[in-house]
Design a protein around this ligand. Sequence first.
Ligand code: NAP
Ligand code: GLV
Length: 306
Amino acid sequence: MKIAFCCTGTKPEPWIEGLRAALPGAAVEVWQAGARAADHAVVWAPPQQFFDEQPQLKGVFNIGAGVDALLKLKLPPKATVVRLDDAGMSVQMAEYVCHAVIRHFREFDAYEADIRVGKWSYRKPAERSDFPIGVMGLGVLGERVARALTQFEFPVMGWSRSVKQISGVRCFASAAQFDDFLAASRVLVNLLPLTAETLNIMRLDTLSKLQPGGYVINVARGAHLVDEDLLTLLDSGHLAGAMLDVFRTEPLPPVHPFWQHPKITITPHTSARTLRDQSIAQIAGKIRSLEAGQPIAGTVDLTRGY
Ligand code: NAP
Ligand code: GLV
């Protein structure tokens, strides 16, 4: 069996070594133009030339959870496309979102600013019941995040395409219940995949439906959010702030207003990182299953886009 590794911006050596150790007998090589045909590919943002030269691929394994960039390419016709299915990401995402919510709810930035100028002061504790949190996307990551938030006794809502039942989470489903979900939420967490249906989903008319004093946490993709609309709603006071990990252009351009905005906290697309060892173990296991004709989790539905 031959495996081609084609991951832009990723140091290949440790991946190659790990994949060889996990799949003894497989020939694992970094792809170069003109390389011989492989059975499976491990990819991140590969060039179109890679797929043009490898139409025979049986499996394409993305080393991230989101496949929006991959699905813009013309893919090998018979390949099963597989994304990372947690592989250590959901606990990181739960940490990040709980941190963002608690930092906002407990006003830790304001305390930090006071302490920096030598001020010992108290703020009136906010009511948890005044901070209902809506999680958009209840998949591998969103469900873990929603469950984690319930541990802090916030009212938690979730929204997905299909109907879900999650203990402690009020679940909404489909476009028909989207407005009710937004109206019930003050803090909005985005964990949707980026598809034609979810592009620009956080914009003036949707974010305006959040409860006054709303707060936006975007940890999915930058193109879910219309940047100018967020700024408008922050300026009008309808939204109190935002914590953003993902952007339309990454790295965020130096002139972008998000860098200096007093109500926006940014991080450099780091909320849930690909963990190499866990990812290699997962991908190797799935390659073995695919070769054995067994079903695997995390296969991408190309028509749905996630
Ligand atoms: P997932 O398991 O595929 O879950 C996607 C969820 O979104 C599902 O609950 C799905 O509903 C829902 N959904 C999709 N389209 C919808 C629509 N039109 N309306 C309502 N709900 C819709 O994905 P995941 O593993 O949780 O990952 C989610 C996203 O997180 C990824 O696509 C990626 O963009 C992002 N991500 C970001 C980072 C980072 O570091 N910032 C790291 C990893 C992932 P159903 O359950 O009904 O299908
Ligand atoms: C990161 O953003 C991922 O999709 O894994």
